[in-house]
Design a protein around this ligand. Structure first.
Ligand code: NAD
Ligand code: MG
Length: 406
């Protein structure tokens, strides 16, 4: 309880936010929500190399700092900002990400970088006891044990942006955050993550061999970055989310089920021992979980459309087909194996998805590469972040070799 009172945003008090991954899909949605509410001020915006987009955002939100990971892009941004008479200071390189994530004047950090590149800065935010809004699920998948340990040793508050985990968070007993008992002792029987099934849910299996990046990135319900769109099409996204749920909520994978729900209206559910099922519903719009986390434990407008259930087509639920979606099976297996298995899974997936998006290998090669990488590496206990980085690098190198050999 004291946790909640301590972190409640008081009306009239400005919250200072660092937005990691500002130019991405989650980053842009976050700025849309922030623009609706003057009590939030932007302390820092970061991006990999998109100068035009970050420039526009800096001119509109006037952050103290802008971080550009790519050094030449940082120089270009600094020149452009100077031409506009902007007071925003530009930092270059990946160390700038952790600097703005841990700065003493920042209270809230949105971790919305895609992939393993977001781990260091998200971890820095946790270690510096920020309110951390976590979109970057790969950070938790690759280093979940260490990430949650760092959380326990800090005063940080971790809030899930991923719509399914945000839904689960909303459906869990409010006391679960301050209660030392595991969820089953609090009457939770299982967590049910929903999945749209992506664009290929009903395609004939043999057609999946010829899938193009454009087809994979055309999600039926959500508009997202390209990597997560491919993950959604392969259902690796749900595999990563099973692992994410285990770490976030401190449960074993046997307590996490997945149901295909093509309408993406029920964002996930929690089933209790008495047979009650609590679900969180809403339009498929990431501004809803973003607004929920920004204001938590209060509520603010998100700008998303309100749900009209009378106009909504029937809500359907199906068991996922693990033959159609081998990536989901691999994700569930890695969740059960624990240790560095999720690290290897994540690294191989990032490499295989990148190769697919560049036209270097096919869509069905993604699970094949991941499965071979996992089979050829030994899964160990995750001892330190340095060890995780080494395993991540080894898995990437191996996955790359496997792609080149195909
Ligand atoms: P995106 O590709 O649209 O944006 C990625 C952002 O990360 C960009 O700002 C980019 O500049 C930055 N970035 C990329 N590589 C980087 C690097 N090496 N170093 C520093 N910054 C780098 O991605 P997105 O769809 O916004 O997803 C972001 C994260 O949120 C992912 O982890 C994704 O799984 C998660 N997520 C996204 C959605 C969604 O609806 N888009 C939903 C749930 C979870
Ligand atoms: Mg999700």
């Amino acid at each position: 309880m004291s946790d909640q009172v301590h972190h409640a945003p008081r009306v009239g008090v400005t919250r200072s936010i660092t937005l990691l991954g500002a130019t991405g899909s989650i980053g842009k949605s976050t700025l849309e929500v922030i623009a609706l509410h003057p009590q939030y001020s932007v302390f820092a915006l970061t991006a990999n190399n998109n100068v035009a987009q970050l420039l526009e955002q800096c001119l509109r939100f006037a952050p103290r700092y802008a971080v550009m990971v790519d050094e030449p892009a940082a120089e270009e941004l600094a020149r452009a900002l100077a031409r506009h008479g902007s007071a925003t200071r530009v930092l270059a390189g990946p160390q700038g990400l952790s600097e703005v994530a841990s700065h003493p004047e920042v209270d809230t950090v949105m971790a919305a970088i895609v992939g393993a590149a977001g781990l260091t800065s998200a971890l820095a935010a946790v270690q510096h006891s920020k309110k951390v809004l976590l979109a970057n699920k790969e950070a938790l998948v690759m280093a979940g044990d260490l990430f949650m340990e760092a959380l326990a040793q800090s005063q940080a508050v971790l809030l899930p942006i991923d719509s399914e985990h945000n839904a689960v968070f909303q459906c869990l007993p409010p006391s679960s955050r301050s209660c030392a008992d595991a969820l089953p002792a609090q009457g939770v029987r299982r967590i049910v993550l929903t999945a749209s099934g992506g664009p290929f849910r009903e395609w004939p299996l043999e057609q999946l061999l010829a899938v193009t990046p454009e087809q994979a990135c055309k999600h039926p319900n959500w508009s997202m970055g390209r990597k997560i769109s491919v993950d959604s099409a392969s259902m690796m996204n749900k595999g990563l989310e099973v692992i994410e749920a285990c770490f976030l909520f401190g449960v074993g994978p046997q307590l996490v089920d997945v149901l295909i729900h093509p309408q993406s209206i029920v964002h996930s559910m929690v089933e209790y021992a008495d047979g009650s099922v609590l679900a969180q519903m809403g339009s498929p719009d990431m501004r809803i979980p973003i607004a929920h986390c920004l204001a938590w434990p209060q509520r603010i407008a998100s700008g998303a459309a309100f749900l009209d259930l009378t106009r909504q087509s029937a809500l359907q639920f199906f068991t996922p087909d693990l033959e159609r979606f081998p990536c989901l099976r691999l994700g569930m297996e890695a969740a059960r194996a624990g240790g560095t298995a999720p690290t290897i899974l994540n690294a191989a997936n990032e490499v295989a998805v990148d190769a697919f998006l560049k036209g270097e290998s096919g869509f069905t090669a993604i699970p094949a590469i991941i499965e071979q990488t996992l089979a050829q590496m030994t899964c160990r206990k995750a001892e330190s972040v340095d060890m995780i980085r080494q395993v991540d690098e080894q898995a990437r190198a191996l996955a790359r070799r496997l792609i080149d050999r195909r």
